[in-house]
Design a protein. Sequence first.
Length: 512
Amino acid sequence: MSLIGISYICSAMPENKDQNQAKKRRSTPIDPTYGHLQPQALDIERVVLGALMIDKDAFSMVSEIIRPETFYEPRNQKIFTAIRTLNMDDRPVDFMTVTEELKREGTLEDVGGVAYIMELTSHVASSAHIEYHAHILAKKSMARQLISYASRIETMAFDDTVDPDVLMQEAEGQLFELSQKNMKNDYTQIDPVLEEAVKILQQSAQNAGGLTGIPSGYTKLDDITSGWQKSDLVIIAGRPAMGKTSFALSIAKNIAVDYNEPIAFFSLEMNNVQLVNRLMSNVCEISGSKILSGQLSPDEWVRLDKNLRKLTGKPIYIDDTPGMSIFELRTKARRLVREKGVKVIMIDYLQLMNANGMRFGNRQEEVSTISRSLKGLAKELNIPVLALSQLSRNVDNREGVEGKRPQLSDLRESGAIEQDADMVLFVHRPEYYRIFQDEKGNDLHGKAQIIIAKHRKGATGDVLLSFRGEYTRFENPEDSYMPPSGGGEIIGSRMNEGDDPFGGASAGPLPY
């Protein structure tokens, strides 16, 4: 048979399945969405390392921009680590010292030996553009981290055993960690800061009260603090039954009702109806137990109808999401500030928050992260953040008048709360401990001490307020008359034993 015949027969034979698939693959265009390379800039990595070894001042220019993991190539990571070690020890950095440091660490051969180190320095003439190049590497590194983050989340999303709600928290936590790790605040020349400071000073001069922040509504407290200051984290702490939630709601009422400033109240302990019931009792001067039961007298129904108008339409925004994470709070707070113009954020209370999606060795580490995040939120939004906090039982275990007085060391679960806070206030009612007179001889029946234990921007001290337990209200002493007995019931938190007319808990009537 001729070659032509053989060729014809072969061409006429049907192709098998594998041949068809191979032919189809050859004719199909390559999908550009596959086969991606990790974001990298190896040439720039080498240039940066070379510049660091020929200019002793170069490291200070990029030390806050790049880290060992910023480099894609492992050997470049090791070389940068050696350069960083030399700089931290104030030793010279050049081809010879870096080589010796790598020898000491036992990694010289891993990076390609002396030849590779020499190659890095031989192709660089100066460090003129090292900062620009460092920013390129930082962006490539961040892109790789985002790819890794997205890959982990995608893998978990395909896992049927993973709860999507838990995954959402995990994703938010990891993204927050990533953003915090790559966050870098640049310096500011003093002139614009001076201009802003003078502007605030001029505004304060026009205010007869000398307030530079949001007023609390309590005269003597505002005299010391000049109001709640922008970007401040204020911790309001106290033992159960001291009335810290009532104090927070009184402040919220003063800010939103009396001064018409928008405020957001995040309640992790009580639902929104319970909070509004307390506000109604506060504003309408009707006992909480009567509001809960609905057994109002005709006079009280008239008073309720008249005074509810004070609350209607006021800029108070309540979120009662239970078990809220710090990441959810940040998202909601940003939206409230942007859409509603919120000027103050209040949280009741800090220890009920969590940092889902992040891993911690213990609860103290988690509370520290939450505290630090709240301070960061206050700075980011440039508004005061007021967070309630529990105190440890040490207060109850101490004896004597001074022993019952709260201390900064009593802050529960984390010393970082004290460190992060710009101001720490304690709500203390000595009468709860059957102490009816202070060291100055002042009558403490129906009174509460607001103890300013820490004030980063000013003085500390005590402020004495009247406490109307039946109305869950704190007042300026000069604004109200209090009967000698203090009158009414004491409203505490739900963590106490006893019955609270709002569905929480109460310490019950005082044993006078």
